[in-house]
Design a protein around this ligand. Structure first.
Ligand SMILES: [Zn+2]
Length: 380
């Protein structure tokens, strides 16, 4: 494919405003790109206008997954942008626009790599499955849906095209956002014995949870400490009433040393203990994400490093990520290696004037194509 055509695919994707919605338009666009080839296309709707898309090329051999999210974060305050966020603008060798780095350039480069392989007229020695997901930025629920429906179950390896500056991100922390709701009985505060105070058990919960979470002192060698913060607390409605409802929220960043399952059990035990003493607490999690355990010893990670050196001519490091990705969902589908590797330095992600260097994007197109080829050969 000509460079101009590859760049057009990127700018076309950037021109679609898929800020936390409308991923269906991205799915439409990708479907058209592949429509003249004999490939397998599945569309999986999350909700109205929000569609995941799965495109598989090749009909035999090892299956490499390419993962990209179709959504972007909101543009934010437009006065801080020097260009229109959804009018991709080429300037000084860069393309500016919301999602240029995170991660429509990764998504577009994966698509270009697949189209180039299809156009090469050579027999494909393996398969690639593009998993284009909705809602990554607000809870990875597209990837969760794709995982649940089995689209990741038969993968032999997976590359997540988030911006990594062509380093290979081999691990990241998990996240547990939780809410605890407390119920009481509202009465006049002059007769508290007739009611039930919803705030007090919540305070007990906060103290017990903090103490227990603080005892998790063992560090992951790469990701460092497990952390826990009680981040919000609210309750009651009037100074002279016994409060009948209250809630708090907490944010936990997990490491493989303390897996999410263990933490759920611990938090739920605190709730159960307090409820046994008469409290009426309920805990709810908001899109928890598991960690990506260290992948640096996998063949895929080592191969990716070499392909970066060969295709881009610079060394590539194994690095750790701070934020969760769609990997947190796909990893639950089976036992295959997952790495995060993509164009873009990530310095302008979620900020005004987000950009990608055109050369980095074009490097990404070549890199993904070569990585797929080598991956297919390595598993033969
Ligand atoms: Zn992203």
């Amino acid at each position: 494919m000509e460079e101009a055509q590859a760049i057009k695919i990127l700018t076309d994707l950037l021109a679609i405003n898929s800020a936390n919605d409308h991923e269906g338009l991205i799915a439409d666009y990708i479907t058209v790109l592949f429509s003249e080839y004999s490939v397998e296309i599945h569309r999986l709707s999350y909700s109205s206008g929000r569609d995941n898309l799965v495109v598989t090329i090749g009909d035999h051999g090892p299956l490499l997954g390419f993962s990209g999210h179709e959504d972007v974060v909101a543009a934010g305050n437009l006065t801080n942008w020097q260009t229109e966020p959804f009018t991709p603008t080429l300037k000084d060798g860069k393309v500016f626009g919301r999602g240029a780095s995170d991660m429509k350039s990764g998504l577009a480069a994966m698509i270009v790599a697949m189209l180039n392989l299809l156009d090469s007229k050579k027999e494909l020695l393996g398969r690639i499955r593009l998993l284009a997901s909705v809602g990554e930025e607000t809870g990875e629920y597209g990837a969760a849906q794709l995982t649940k429906e089995g689209y990741a179950s038969d993968l032999d390896g997976l590359v997540i095209g988030e911006p990594s500056n062509f380093d290979v991100r081999v691990t990241h922390k998990g996240v547990i956002d939780y809410y605890v709701y407390s119920k009481g009985i509202c009465v006049h505060s002059s007769t508290p014995e007739k009611g039930q105070n919803a705030i007090m058990p919540l305070i007990e919960f906060a103290q017990a949870a903090q103490q227990l979470m603080d005892s998790h002192q063992k560090k992951d060698p790469v990701l460092g400490s497990f952390t826990h913060v009680v981040s919000q607390i609210q309750g009651g409605s009037q100074i002279n009433s016994v409060p009948d409802s209250a809630w708090l929220s907490g944010n936990i960043r997990t490491t493989p040393v303390y897996p999410n399952e263990q933490i759920y059990t611990e938090l739920e035990q605190i709730v159960a203990d307090l409820n046994k003493k008469g409290a009426r607490l309920k805990i709810r999690y908001s899109f928890p994400e598991v960690t990506l355990p260290d992948q640096s010893q996998t063949k895929l990670a080592k191969m990716a490093q070499k392909v970066v050196e060969q295709e881009i001519g610079r060394p590539s490091e194994f690095v750790a990520g701070t934020a969760a990705t769609d990997a947190s969902e796909y990893i639950q589908a089976g036992d295959f290696p997952i790495i995060i590797l993509g164009p873009g330095a990530g310095t302008t992600d979620h900020e005004p004037n987000e950009y990608i260097e055109v050369n980095a994007y074009l490097d990404g197109c070549r890199l993904y194509q070569e990585l797929a080829r080598q991956f297919w050969n390595s598993l033969d």
